[in-house]
Design a protein around this ligand. Structure first.
Ligand code: UDP
Ligand code: MG
Length: 342
């Protein structure tokens, strides 16, 4: 590692996506400063304002003016939580990068335990929730079912009950930066890159203030992204189902011939025919839809739009200031200077 270039770089970068979190920002900042200062190292925090409509941006830029360690990326609109994390990774300069939610459900104090693991030599320390407070029974149940399903069908080993709350060594972050797929499931990508990973258990607190920014619709989209990005099982199901029904039909043909040969006139029952035709029509449409899901994702990749657009940045040094919005996808030459591997 180049020590000269490293001179001013922080040891820790904390990445926090923010969408309409005005109520939590002051407390969040206070708790964060307390925790990070106790490490005795240089650190920075990158808030990614994901198109907030409340006073979040104002509060954040205020903090950035007063505290040089606070940096703000302001998206041109709401691009979503997973994309906001991606942007944070793209701009983080620390030797270790920590992702956490703004709402203090991920207590900053857990950071210290992750940092300890990093010092022991682990490259990724991910937080696993042993308990979740202040969330509906429905959310707990669906989340739990989802983690188990994805573990069962995904190609990579995605740990149970781990969210996006984690610490990553710089080399892992550099690896993550190369993954520019559009429909992103960051935890899956984080497992995909490998390296030495370790779990840190914690009890997930209730949201400090405000409401969840993940309504059912968004949760389903995230689950959908996770499954289609990391598994071909849904596509393969079409084939298995096809074999099953083709086998059933083959049996039906044999039975029909036998009945015919031995004198029974015809099979009666229009209802049976109608129901089976409708049923198979439905099954075919479902699989057509599944193929469509994957096809849509291919289309998204082919369009190759940038993952996000930054309207303004605060607190970064001149090199990183995007007066000219930089391309943020694919080719690595176009990435800001400090995004280059060290
Ligand atoms: N968030 C975001 N963009 C979005 C939705 C959420 O940046 O479109 C942020 C939000 O401000 C929070 C984090 O992502 O910091 C997680 O959201 P939330 O706490 O509402 O999710 P939950 O904990 O309920 O799953
Ligand atoms: Mg939350």
């Amino acid at each position: 590692m180049n020590n000269l270039a490293n001179g001013m770089r922080p040891v820790f970068s904390v990445v926090i996506p923010v969408w309409n979190e005005e109520e939590v920002i002051p407390v969040l900042y206070e708790r964060l400063v307390q925790t990070m200062d106790s490490t005795g190292e240089r650190w920075e925090v990158i808030f990614v304002n994901d198109g907030s409509r409340d006073r979040s941006l104002e509060l954040l830029t205020d903090l950035s003016r007063r505290d040089a360690r606070v940096k703000v990326l302001n998206f041109s609109r709401n691009f979503g939580h997973q994309i906001a994390i991606t942007a944070g990774f793209d701009y983080a300069e620390g030797d270790a990068v920590i992702v956490m939610d703004a709402d203090l459900q991920d207590p900053p104090e857990v950071l210290l335990r992750m940092i300890a693991k990093w010092r022991e030599g682990y490259d990724v320390a991910y937080a696993v929730r042993t308990k979740r407070m202040g969330e509906t029974r429905f959310k707990l149940w669906t989340a739990s079912a989802f983690y188990r399903l994805i573990r069962y069908i995904a190609d990579v080993d995605i740990p149970l009950d781990a969210g996006d709350f984690r610490l990553m060594d710089r080399k892992v972050v550099l690896a993550m930066r190369q993954l520019r797929e559009k429909n992103r499931f960051m935890r899956g990508l984080s497992s995909w890159v490998g390296f030495k990973q370790v779990a840190v258990e914690y009890e997930r607190a209730a949201r400090y203030a405000g409401e969840t920014k993940y309504p059912l619709r968004k949760m389903l989209r995230l689950a959908n992204n996770a499954i289609t990005s990391f598994s071909h099982v849904p596509l393969q199901l079409a084939m298995y189902t096809g074999f099953f029904f083709a086998g059933l039909a083959g049996l039906g043909i044999v039975i029909a011939i036998i009945l015919r040969l031995f004198g029974h006139d015809t099979l009666t029952g229009q209802a049976t025919t109608l129901v089976s035709v409708l049923f198979l029509g439905g099954v075919q449409l479902i699989f057509l839809g599944i193929i469509g899901e994957y096809l849509g994702r291919i289309y998204d990749e082919v369009k190759d739009r940038p993952l996000y657009l930054i309207a303004d940045a605060y607190g970064f040094d001149a090199a990183a200031k995007p007066d000219t919005p930089r391309p943020t996808h694919g080719d690595r030459q176009a990435a800001p200077e400090h995004v280059q591997p060290v």
